[in-house]
Ligand binder design. Structure first.
Ligand code: NAP
Length: 272
């Protein structure tokens, strides 16, 4: 993923300038070596945040952190890469420790890491069910808990944003494991909004529709075209569509938004 040069901004793309909407905030974005996570890391850095790129893909993660440091450095490091597996509690504890060690605090967590292992129920392997649950659900729990505890110690609030999906609301053919985790993430979001809201920690979920990323790149052309056809805006989303929604929810502009599930889907209607 390449970073747009902020000096090349035009009126047609005012967001490219960066208005410091996350100035001095520190954000962890899980699964951010590529796809929506990488776009979110770039967007947050452009808006003044110090970002922690976290992934199991070390090479791409380090490369992105180094690009962010050379593009957005402002007399201080903008990004670090911390290798982390969201399914492992020790790895997640290290992620939060490294964040605080390098940047002094944690303000925002984007629980983005997620995978698919699609199959119809009659053929779905138990291993694939467990793997998707481990990463998409347990990973969100472990990272959310570790981040919330750090934010509670700091005592000045925070933001947790969870990657759900429209299929977690509507269901989808061939995605028993994935849909189960995304529905559960929506449920956890609503619990955390209640538990953490009184301490000034806002928790919301994002439900992307059909977004062009490595996750959807394997899809047969016929299915891809069908998804676009079912989207009234007649295109797939791009990672920046989702990153911009995360930006808004993470910023003070969304200061009274808590416990919602925001669809970012071009109005898609999933069929049977
Ligand atoms: P992606 O391109 O596959 O990126 C996900 C990243 O998470 C990858 O770099 C992946 O690394 C990493 N990851 C996987 N397991 C991990 C683990 N245990 N610990 C840390 N990182 C891990 O996916 P995406 O399309 O950007 O999706 C991002 C999020 O949005 C996911 O939660 C997804 O479910 C959600 N979403 C996507 C769409 C869509 O249309 N793309 C729609 C709705 C929701 P590896 O490649 O090595 O596994």
């Amino acid at each position: 993923m390449t970073i747009s040069n902020p000096t090349e901004a035009t009126d047609a793309a005012p967001l490219q300038r960066g208005r410091g909407r996350l100035q001095d905030k520190v954000a962890i974005i899980t699964g951010s070596a590529r796809g929506i996570g990488a776009a979110t890391a770039i967007t947050f850095a452009r808006e003044g945040a110090q970002v922690v790129i976290c992934d199991i893909m070390a090479e791409q993660g380090k490369e992105l952190a180094s690009q962010l440091n050379s593009t957005y450095a402002n007399g201080r490091p903008t990004a670090i890469f911390v290798p982390a597996d969201v399914t492992n509690a020790n790895s997640v504890a290290n992620l939060v420790q490294q964040t605080v060690h390098h940047f002094g605090k944690l303000d925002i967590l984007v629980n983005n890491a997620g995978i698919t292992r699609d199959a119809q129920l009659k053929k779905m392997d138990e291993e694939d069910f467990d793997l998707v649950v481990d990463i998409n659900l347990k990973g969100v729990f472990l990272c959310g808990k570790a981040a919330a505890n750090q934010m509670l110690v700091q005592g000045h609030g925070g933001v947790i944003l969870n990657a759900a999906s429209i299929v977690g609301i509507d269901g989808n053919f061939g995605q028993t494991n994935y849909v189960a985790t995304k529905s559960a993430v929506i449920g956890m979001t609503k619990v955390w909004a209640r538990e953490l809201g009184p301490k000034g920690i806002r928790v919301n979920a994002l439900a992307p529709g059909f977004i062009d990323t490595p996750m959807t790149a394997q899809m047969p052309e016929k299915i891809y075209n069908m998804m676009v056809e079912r989207t009234p805006l007649r295109r797939a989303g791009v990672p920046e569509d989702v990153a911009n929604a995360y930006l808004w929810l993470a910023s003070d502009e969304a200061a009274f938004i808590n416990g919602v599930v925001l669809r970012v889907d071009g109005g898609i209607v999933i069929g049977t």
